[in-house]
Design a binder for this molecule. Structure first.
Ligand code: ATP
Length: 459
């Protein structure tokens, strides 16, 4: 956490997200509700693209993983079995001095250790220097009630992770999917944690989306698959444009490992506040299936008919956050540069992640240009994510599209009526070329499918 990021500040990212309609503070007209955010139009498109790319890597590109979408509210015994009721807590300390601020003791200790100090020595409030309270374990699960009367209804929890919804469906999936280990079950969905110290924009919120996959294999193969998934997940981020220099794979120290895990590595990204977890990839052994077997009485084993072996599969879990990944893609893509003496802010998002792939713009709002531009837009919109943009000067429109990361811009001008060509502008190289309208969708689809490297990598 001690390395300094040289990219944009979090404030710059927050400002761009608000200005361009990616992400807003939630319930703003009522004064907000701490660390909760709403995604606007471009934010939804970007986040959907992140999720689609994850599904592509998990499902479309392989045939050993199936999907699931489990409920947010599950039988409370699930959380008894998983250990969340007992142990899903963080050590909370509160400032007894002036500011009364709450802190996570483990975070304070990490920061002290990173600076070479003694994490077990006396710690004072980083804000006002006040004395801190004794640590108190604080369960992170949100509790609610099923049924109209709180007192008589069953107490339930909003799920704090999507993973358990996968384990409790292991038997269902085995019986319908005709898969046998090694195979995986993948899920994307909302999770909820009553975090003590939410913050850093969408990095740590109380309501967030996760992308988790549980990969079931024989005990002997678990280490091999753990290595495999470390490589695959690092590749996913870099192929989608994250600069490799900004990513590290950090193996957990022995005293950091969860009790069930024999090995965990975090993929950390150099966020504006320093290196922080983007995704965790754990070897969970057979802890979860064993626990659910004990608590439910159901057999959650695999019987290999070929060998006659019966065993509880071991599990490798790559667990990522949609919002954290989205933030990393935004931070990595953000750049301010000078073009012809003017400042330009540009999001160099991988074209596959860009909310809009192509903006269709009449140069001026007359001489039949808007009508022809509209026709071009209609011919593209069902084949590639297109936006019709006729508002304001062309310079202003380019600035807007650059800031939402649109990789290509098409302008319709006076010559279009003469030779049926348009100008195609590239967001990154700023080159402009004349191309025929005929075949435009194919050309853009080809560009979208081509390999893409951030121009910053060449710099
Ligand atoms: P942290 O140590 O940052 O609290 P964690 O180790 O508890 O995270 P996991 O339980 O491994 O996180 O969850 C998997 C992923 O889910 C994380 O790597 C992160 O991307 C995402 N995630 C977890 N908690 C949050 C949160 N409060 N807000 C946003 N994303 C989160």
């Amino acid at each position: 956490m001690n390395e300094q990021a040289s990219g944009p500040t979090l404030d710059e990212i927050v400002a761009l997200c608000k200005r361009r309609g990616f992400i807003f503070p939630s319930s703003e007209i009522y004064g907000g509700v701490g660390s909760t955010y709403d995604y606007g139009h471009y934010g939804v498109l970007l986040k959907n693209n992140v999720k689609n790319e994850w599904w592509r890597a998990m499902l479309t590109d392989r045939d050993d993983i199936v999907a699931i979408d489990s409920a947010i509210i599950q039988n409370p015994r699930v959380w008894e079995a998983s250990g969340h009721l007992e142990g899903f807590s963080d050590p909370l300390v509160q400032c007894l001095g002036k500011c009364k601020k709450r802190w996570r003791l483990d975070h304070l200790q990490e920061a002290i250790a990173a600076e070479g100090g003694d994490p077990d020595g006396e710690i004072r409030c980083p804000q006002c220097g006040g004395e801190l309270s004794e640590p108190r374990e604080f369960n992170l699960m949100f509790k609610t009630h099923v049924g109209p009367v709180a007192e008589s209804g069953a107490e339930v929890y909003l799920r704090p992770e999507t993973a358990q919804g996968i384990f409790i469906n292991f038997k269902n999936v085995l019986s319908f999917s005709r898969k046998k280990p090694p195979f995986g079950i993948a899920q994307i969905g909302k999770s909820f944690r009553n975090e003590i110290t939410p913050g850093n924009f969408i990095f740590r919120t109380r309501e967030f989306e996760q992308m988790e996959m549980e990969f079931f294999c024989t005990p002997d193969d678990a280490s091999k698959w753990h290595e495999h998934w470390l490589g695959e997940r690092m590749r996913w981020y870099t192929e989608l444009g994250i600069r490799p220099d900004n990513l590290i794979l950090r193996p957990h120290e022995a005293d950091e490992l969860s009790h069930y895990s024999s090995a965990t590595s975090d993929i950390e990204y150099l966020f504006p506040m320093g290196y922080s977890e983007l995704e965790g990839i754990a070897n969970r052994g057979n802890f979860d299936l064993t626990q659910h077997m004990k608590h439910s009485g159901e057999k959650l084993e695999y019987f290999d008919q070929a060998t006659g072996d019966r065993y509880i599969p071991h599990v490798i879990e790559p667990a990522a956050g949609v919002d954290r990944a989205t933030l990393a893609f935004l931070v990595d893509a953000y750049e301010v540069e000078e073009v012809d003496g003017r400042e330009r802010t540009v999001l160099r998002l991988h074209p596959k992640l860009a909310p809009v792939k192509v903006a269709v713009m009449p140069l001026v709002n007359k001489d039949g240009m808007p009508e022809r531009a509209r026709e071009v837009f209609e011919s593209l919109r069902h084949r590639i994510g297109a936006e019709y943009d006729s508002g304001g000067s062309i310079g202003k429109r380019y600035r807007r599209q650059d800031e939402i990361g649109t990789p290509w811009g098409i302008t319709i001008d006076g010559d279009t009526a003469v030779d049926d060509t348009v100008t195609l502008r590239d967001r990154d190289s700023l080159t402009q070329e004349r191309v025929p309208i005929d075949g435009l969708a194919e050309l853009l689809l080809e560009k979208l499918a081509a390999d893409w490297t951030s121009p910053k990598l060449d710099a």
